[in-house]
Design a binder for this molecule. Structure first.
Ligand code: ADA
Length: 603
């Protein structure tokens, strides 16, 4: 009897329990406390001078399936609301609007605390938005995942009415197009807030690294200011970690201007995935200010290697959609944070998305050393669509919006112009001109375009990094179980890319993609079983990480996600893409543990 407790302990430790303990997010690696965001949508305070009013909460909602709201002047006479919806949120996470694709109207009152200029900021609306304040049109915006704002000058304090018309109908000319492999969640799905700003205010601010060594780093600050009044002379100052490092007096004309200045940091703390040191920066311009965070680092390419701070990097990544069964594309902060913990616990060092993610997610990547492979949602366009100048314009403006929104984030690894255009060589000239445009915006990150399948394409000669979506055992091939011969043939196929372009880095931007119904096991490794998926994920991951010519890759995909309404009948289990290594509720599948073993060993 006296030995029982000891036996009990031994039995537990010898069991098949997961080896890796839960990942607990450490505090940020900052030496300066950059405070809390009053809007709770970032990981740090963004301003100390503006009054901000958070518009998160319940908004009146009226669906408009016949699209008669504009002619019926809903912006003046809002119809009797059918219900209230939580913002940021999406109507498609509500039972009654589960499959609703169309127009929806939102309304709420907002109380301004003072007279002045109100800047009404939307971090993203899916997909088209039109906005009225007190019955007057403020403007409209097309395209999801990117912020937009309106300035209302000299508005009176007190109560005002904001009305938003959102429309999530997609077609062949939208970005993303109709019938993509994720759900077009409709509504105001990213944060909305109002900021009271003076006539001269800072619209955008970022700090990037020019060069660094052990002794010092040279930094470039770029500040876009807007002057809604007359030309003025104002003091512009830059502080890093609370210390003023630059100040000057500048003549600021009316309209938008970009101010650039350099700063030096002595004995810099460098940002890397293993050691994600961050700095805080504040710019002040007259009576306004703006904070940001930045990391000191470099990204580059040398032959077949991607270099981070001059050293080759191997990507151990996941592809992540913004998707949750209860919240759709609008997960609240605690769930975003949990995703980051699960991804870190996997041993990953990178995340890829099909569209620019929320700033909150990127703040977490910056803080936790996750590289981010950023992309615009130009997904699987056919050559006929790409030939349209309107589509090309949308690709350009979306790419510019992504770079403007995200390039201040330390975690950005690459920019991608799109994903899996089925015959990209037919659009060679389009890809070439888009690539030139992309390079004209940013030279400090490699630019890529993601191709599908193991083919070398001519467009690969245009990109800085070749990105290929590949699964060792093709889910869409008409076999139902894992076939060894097929795996080898697939490896021989993908190697041809390197043989044709030996001097370029290659990332397997998607590997392992295989559906698995969580909880379904099978002795025969047949499709839809967790065994089939985990074998595919594990074999492809080993391959991605163990070839010298490959810079690693990202598993397709992190969690199970809802797919477009049109796809419910096309091999998608109850309308979900179930290739997640965790299910939609984030419970691990077998593939998570197999990949964890591969990733943890190769850290
Ligand atoms: C492609 C595509 C993904 C997803 C995947 C799949 O690789 O890039 O978005 O659709 O296929 O699940 O088939």
């Amino acid at each position: 009897m006296r030995f029982l407790p000891l036996l009990f302990v031994m039995a537990l430790s010898a069991g098949e329990y997961p080896q890796i303990p839960p990942y607990v997010l450490p505090p940020s690696k900052m030496v300066w406390d950059d405070g809390q965001d009053a809007m709770a949508s970032r990981l740090f305070r963004t301003t100390s001078l503006r009054r901000q009013i958070n518009l998160a909460g319940w908004w009146d909602f009226a669906p408009d399936p016949k699209d008669t709201g504009e002619s019926g002047r809903f912006f003046e006479r809002f119809p009797k609301p059918e219900t209230s919806l939580w913002v940021p949120g999406t109507w498609n996470s509500q039972a009654r609007y589960w499959q609703y694709v169309g127009v929806g109207w939102y309304r709420r009152t907002l109380d301004l605390p003072e007279n002045g200029n109100a800047r009404i900021c939307f971090s993203g609306v899916f997909y088209r938005a039109k906005i009225w304040l007190d019955g007057a049109l403020l403007g409209e915006h097309e395209g999801s995942y990117l912020p937009f704002s309106f300035l209302v000058r000299d508005i009176n304090k007190g109560s005002h009415t904001l009305v938003v018309r959102a429309d999530n109908r997609l077609d062949d000319m939208t970005l993303p197009k109709r019938n993509v492999d994720w759900f077009p969640y409709g509504g105001i799905d990213r944060p909305v807030y109002v900021e009271m700003v003076p006539d001269l205010w800072v619209e955008r601010f970022q700090v990037t690294t020019v060069e660094f060594g052990a002794e010092q780093a040279r930094l470039a600050a770029s500040v876009v200011v807007r002057n809604a009044g007359r030309p003025v002379r104002e003091r512009i100052a830059l502080a890093i970690d609370g210390q003023e490092v630059h100040a000057e007096s500048r003549e600021i004309p009316a309209g938008a201007s970009t101010l650039q200045f350099e700063a030096v940091v002595r004995r810099p703390r460098i940002w890397s995935p293993e050691d994600p040191n961050l700095y805080s920066a504040r710019v002040s311009a007259g009576g306004d200010d703006q904070f940001t965070r930045f990391g000191i680092h470099s990204v580059g390419v040398d032959g077949s290697k991607i270099l981070w701070n001059g050293r080759p990097v191997k990507i151990r990544g996941v592809n992540r959609h913004e998707d949750h069964p209860e919240w759709g594309s609008a997960s609240p902060g605690y769930l975003v944070r949990q995703d980051v913990e699960i991804i870190k616990r996997l041993g990953a060092n990178a995340v890829r998305g099909h569209y620019p993610p929320t700033d909150l997610f990127l703040d977490y990547c910056d803080q936790n050393g996750l590289l981010f492979l950023d992309e615009i949602p130009s997904w699987q366009y056919r050559a006929e669509q790409l030939a349209s100048p309107a589509v090309q314009d949308k690709i350009r403006s979306s790419f510019r919006g992504m770079v403007e929104k995200d390039s201040g984030h330390a975690s950005i690894l690459t920019w991608s112009l799109g994903n899996e255009w089925p015959e990209p060589d037919k659009s060679y000239d389009v890809v070439k001109s888009l690539m030139e445009y992309a390079h004209s915006l940013d030279r400090s990150h490699p630019i890529t375009f993601v191709t599908g399948g193991p083919n070398p394409w001519r467009v690969h000669e245009l990109v800085d990094v070749i990105s290929v979506n590949w699964a060792q055992y093709q889910w869409y091939d008409p076999i139902t179980y894992l076939d060894e011969g097929e795996g080898e043939k697939s490896i021989a196929d993908v190697t041809r890319i390197h043989q044709r372009y030996p001097g370029k880095p290659v990332i397997l931007t998607e590997f392992g993609g295989a559906e698995a119904q969580a909880g379904w096991h099978n002795w025969g490794n047949v499709k839809w079983s967790e065994e089939y998926q985990s074998r595919n994920v594990e074999d492809s991951a080993r391959y991605a990480l163990d070839q010298d010519w490959l810079s690693g890759g990202c598993v397709w995909q992190f969690s199970d996600t809802r797919t477009a309404p049109e796809r419910i009948l096309s091999g998608r289990l109850h309308g979900w893409n179930t290739k997640g290594i965790v299910d939609a509720q984030r419970s691990p599948k077998l593939a998570y543990y197999r990949l964890q073993e591969v990733y943890q060993k190769r850290r």
